[in-house]
Design a protein around this ligand. Structure first.
Ligand SMILES: Nc1ncnc2c1ncn2[C@@H]1O[C@H](COP(=O)(O)OP(=O)(O)OP(=O)(O)O)[C@@H](O)[C@H]1O
Ligand SMILES: [Mg+2]
Length: 429
């Protein structure tokens, strides 16, 4: 390594010019279609007044052969003021802490990955017409004006569409629409709806609407092992480090049709984001009210590898303070804050550290809950003890021990605990 104290200043100056190639390069990212759309939806949400429900409409135009021709997203949020438009277009021109506008890249990444910008039209309250630009580049840009059917808002139109844009209605119904519902669930609560999001496929030549989906809230369903209600076992347990704050919600999904029926719910189909399966086990990671990552368990090394035993594990890690996403918002920066947070969650879930109510228990071993041990097995264990225990052996034990169901479970649990055989059995609070 050269000693920096030995550097002497030279008279040569290097000039570094911004290259417009960056606007195209930003499209070479790891996003899927839902992630690209989400970047644009995030911007609309971030620009929406807090007290007002915001409308976001996405239209994919298709030709006669069902090939995508244009992608348009329109919102009625606050628009981009003239003096901010240049910065908004410049990559990393704006960074905002603790906000959905994090890196100053999302819109450019999304547009370049979807195709080529046709126009960006934006209008702030009080302006008569929308201000329009037709290209993302450095330097001076021509602007245009046109009518815009809203007091304020933004519309982005992309053309020369790339193959990442889906036009198959089944793919929307099965995957895109439910995952958008799950990602933005906190803003889609029917009792406090903040986002009105629709996605449509429209025939370009005739303007016929072929399909429209109104995105609805999709959230994990829980089945509490003790109360048998749709309720997690751990609800919003606060976790804190020196520089970070998060909340843990944890529970188990209903394991079969009967348990869904007990909750009065239909068992989801295999495409549903929270269908019980190997690929959907785990917790969602939420930042700024948006699910950044779905189904995280082995991925965060909370367990070493996926196993069907963990299929019903559900939950949310809500990152409140001290965390940031990578420049693509499909991952969280694995810094010391996130590491500490995940380590603490892992220790609580595997029973190494106290969780809620100063309770230490292995939440990951769902198989050890009394409700999940078949009744026959519990009864046999009890009989074995009654007949064999050295302190007060019983000669005659009647197998048909009929008492009220709840009382029976408690009694069996208590007896087994007394026996010292309950080391792996714990009741869920
Ligand atoms: N629909 C919109 N309504 C109002 N302002 C917008 C909209 N879309 C983009 N902007 C403005 O453009 C800026 C740049 O957007 P862009 O998505 O490129 O980056 P960002 O949102 O700042 O950060 P990130 O990389 O985290 O998305 C935003 O900060 C915002 O000020
Ligand atoms: Mg953005």
């Amino acid at each position: 390594m050269i000693d920096t104290y030995t550097f002497t200043q030279s008279k040569d100056i290097i000039s570094v010019q911004p290259s417009d190639n960056i606007f195209k390069e930003l499209g070479n990212n790891t996003y899927d279609f839902k992630d690209l759309i989400s970047e644009l939806i995030d911007n609309s949400i971030a620009a929406g007044p807090k007290d007002k429900q915001i409308d976001v409409k996405i239209i994919v135009y298709v030709d006669e052969q069902n090939n995508p021709t244009d992608f348009v997203i329109t919102d009625n949020a606050s628009g981009i003021p003239q003096d901010l438009l240049g910065k908004a277009i410049s990559p990393a021109g704006i960074q905002t802490k603790n906000s959905l506008n994090e890196h100053g890249l999302g819109m450019k990444q999304a547009v370049a990955a979807l195709g080529e910008l046709k126009y960006l039209a934006t209008k702030v309250a009080g302006e008569k017409k929308a201000r329009i630009i037709t290209v993302f580049k450095f330097g001076s840009l021509k602007t245009y004006n046109a009518d815009f059917n809203c007091e304020s808002g933004t519309e982005i139109c992309v053309t020369n569409i790339k193959s990442i844009v889906l036009t198959n209605a089944t793919a929307y119904t099965r995957s895109l629409v439910p995952y958008l519902g799950a990602r933005y669930r906190r803003l889609l609560k029917p009792e406090n709806k903040k986002l009105n999001l629709t996605v449509s496929i429209v025939k370009k030549q005739t303007d016929d609407v072929l399909y429209t989906w109104s995105i609805a809230e999709i959230k994990p369903v829980y089945f509490h092992p003790s109360t048998r209600e749709n309720r997690p076992v751990i609800l919003k347990h606060l976790l804190k480090g020196q520089q970070w704050k998060a909340e843990l919600t944890f529970g188990y999904a209903p394991k079969d049709k009967a348990e869904y029926e007990e909750l009065g719910l239909e068992q989801p189909n295999k495409f549903h984001p929270y269908n019980v399966s190997l690929s959907r086990q785990g917790l969602d990671v939420i930042l700024h009210d948006r699910a950044i990552l779905f189904h995280q368990l082995s991925e965060l090394e909370i367990i070493m590898s996926k196993h069907s035993d963990y299929n019903s594990i559900r939950g949310e890690i809500n990152l409140i303070v001290g965390f940031s996403t990578a420049i693509t918002k499909n991952s969280i920066i694995y810094d010391s804050n996130f590491k500490e947070c995940i380590e603490e969650i892992t220790q609580i879930l595997n029973g190494q550290k106290e969780g809620p109510n100063k309770n230490k228990q292995n939440y990951l071993k769902t198989k050890t809950y009394p409700e999940e041990i078949p009744e026959k097995l519990l009864r046999d264990r009890l009989i074995e003890w009654l007949v064999n225990n050295p302190m007060s052996k019983k000669q005659n034990v009647n197998k048909e021990f009929v008492v009220w169901k709840g009382l029976k479970a408690i009694l069996i649990y208590w007896l087994i605990k007394k026996l010292g055989r309950s080391k792996s059995i714990k009741l869920v609070p």
